[in-house]
Design a protein around this ligand. Structure first.
Ligand code: NAD
Length: 295
């Protein structure tokens, strides 16, 4: 059993921390929201007096925060996680953030002799609750092996993507594919409607042809063909348009910083920006089909 400080007990962090508790660890949680702390205590967790207090007695620190801004703010500085962590502690950031910040924080940790892993996830709130998340990890080999048992308590597929920042790189590349294929799939369904081709017929054909993708076969953006997709529950998220937009913007920032040419990624970010600005930020990202249809 380890003592784990878990910072950021939100929609994802709350159930992830609960799975670490179920695995037998002592989990000291901190969050700005009282409701998140109460839920953590109800799941058998300990309430931390402060971030500094929580990390000062932890063998492992896990963070699940909204963006790179919070990650840098909480890890850096004289009173930050890196300054206050126990010597030899393992640091894992599972937030989805920009690659540059992930690498900068890992460098600060290394300067204090602390092992750090970026381990963003895919699988959503359902995967976090079920303990079936996919972790994409960036860090040294030894750090990855140390982190693996903790990640296995929260996830099912644990992949080492390379050195520091590569977990975030994998996450934003994957989600750029997802954003683009969702728009492509939605455009095809809208075109099919206008051509008098039934959605189910397009699905039956494209799902067995070269137009096949996860956006089509698991998360089909129109109701009917895949009964579990959000289209069948009025596009209740799921994965919100705001989150897709955040990840597409991260991909664009990374592409600009690395000098990669990603015109479809840029167009996807622009379209999700317009869709979110129409009051649909909280709608599932597959709802973009309605925006493209003009309904
Ligand atoms: P969330 O907003 O529900 O949770 C973030 C939590 O961090 C909140 O409870 C907030 O109070 C807390 N927080 C913010 N600043 C803090 C501070 N200074 N000190 C302590 N706590 C602080 O968000 P979420 O959906 O849990 O997402 C977390 C991360 O996971 C994001 O980076 C997101 O992109 C990523 N992610 C989310 C999903 C999803 O489906 N929700 C899927 C994959 C990845």
């Amino acid at each position: 059993m380890s003592t784990i400080a878990f910072i950021g007990l939100g929609n994802m962090g709350g159930p992830m921390a609960a799975n670490l508790i179920k695995a037998g660890h002592r989990v000291i949680g901190t969050d700005l929201a009282e409701a998140a702390l109460a839920r953590h205590e109800a799941a058998g967790g300990v309430r931390g007096a402060s971030i500094a207090a929580a990390v000062s007695e932890a063998d492992v620190v896990v963070t699940m925060l909204p963006s790179g801004r919070e990650v840098m703010a909480l890890y850096g500085g004289d009173a930050g996680i890196i300054a206050k962590a126990k010597a030899g502690a393992l640091l894992i950031d599972s937030s989805t953030i920009d690659v540059d910040t992930a690498r900068a924080v890992a460098k600060l940790a290394a300067a204090r002799g602390l092992a750090m892993l970026d381990g963003p996830v895919s699988g959503g709130v359902g995967g976090a609750s079920a303990g079936t998340l996919t972790f994409m990890c960036g860090g040294e080999d030894a750090t990855f092996e140390r982190a693996r048992p903790y990640l296995e308590a929260m996830g099912k597929t644990i992949v080492h993507a390379g050195g520091p920042g590569n977990g975030q790189a994998a996450k934003i590349c994957n989600n750029m594919i997802l954003g683009i294929t969702m728009i492509a799939t939605s455009e095809a369904f809208v075109l099919a409607e206008k051509l008098g081709l039934e959605a189910q017929k397009l699905f039956d054909i494209a799902s067995k042809s070269s137009g096949q993708s996860w956006s089509l076969t698991t998360y089909c953006p129109v109701p009917g063909p895949v009964p579990t997709s959000p289209a069948n529950r009025d596009y209740q998220a799921g994965f919100t348009a705001a989150m897709m937009l955040k990840d597409l913007k991260l991909a664009q920032a990374a592409a600009s910083s690395a000098g990669a040419v990603t015109p479809l990624g840029a167009e996807a970010a622009a379209l999700y920006g317009l869709y979110a600005a129409q009051g649909e930020a909280g709608t599932d990202f597959s709802g973009i089909v309605n925006f493209l249809r003009g309904t």
